[in-house]
Design a protein around this ligand. Structure first.
Ligand code: ZN
Length: 178
């Protein structure tokens, strides 16, 4: 591991402990509809998926999935994530939007890079949303949610947090993720 990465990991650990200041939202359909509008305004020129709530359109697993130009969001799952990491429901929605862009442009990378690219899109959205929509803390929450959910398909927690950061560093220009 490079020295730079060790410092990045230490900094992330410190930010993990500082978490919990923002308020968790109620992940209602209205809240998700609003997030959908925000994502469409930001990235609708790259993909404009149809979004389904609590319906098994892509998978029987009611977490969050994208397939083709459909996104499936489970409100129970998103509320659980939101309670742990306020605003992370928006970050997860943005991650799925990233998959919709991949599918639209036929971008398929081997694991975990397909997922890490979607994490990058989530980070780019976090920058946009913090600076244009007033969602302070979204970046940190998106990063921590990703960090908490490492696996062989999505990448390690550290890889995921680092790709959310890469996206944030595009200053909201998701093209930098592709
Ligand atoms: Zn994904």
């Amino acid at each position: 591991m490079k020295i730079k990465n060790i410092f990045a990991k230490l900094a992330l650990g410190a930010s993990l402990m500082a978490a919990g200041s923002a308020m968790a939202a109620q992940v209602t359909y209205q809240y998700l509809n609003q997030t959908h509008s925000e994502l469409r305004n930001w990235a609708g020129q790259y993909a404009n998926p149809t979004v389904y709530y609590d319906r098994a359109v892509c998978s029987q697993d009611m977490t969050a999935y994208a397939c083709g130009q459909n996104i499936q969001l489970g409100t129970r799952f998103l509320q659980q994530m939101e309670n742990q990491y306020p605003l992370s429901a928006k970050g997860i929605f943005a991650h799925e939007w990233g998959h919709s862009i991949q599918f639209r442009y036929n971008i398929y990378s081997r694991p975990p890079y397909q997922e890490l690219q979607a994490d990058c899109v989530s980070g780019a959205y976090a920058y946009y949303a913090e600076n244009n929509l007033g969602y302070q803390g979204l970046f940190r929450s998106a990063q921590m949610a990703a960090y908490s959910a490492g696996d062989p398909t999505h990448g390690t927690g550290s890889q995921r947090a680092s790709y959310v950061r890469n996206g944030y560093n595009t200053r909201g220009n998701l093209v930098g993720c592709f």
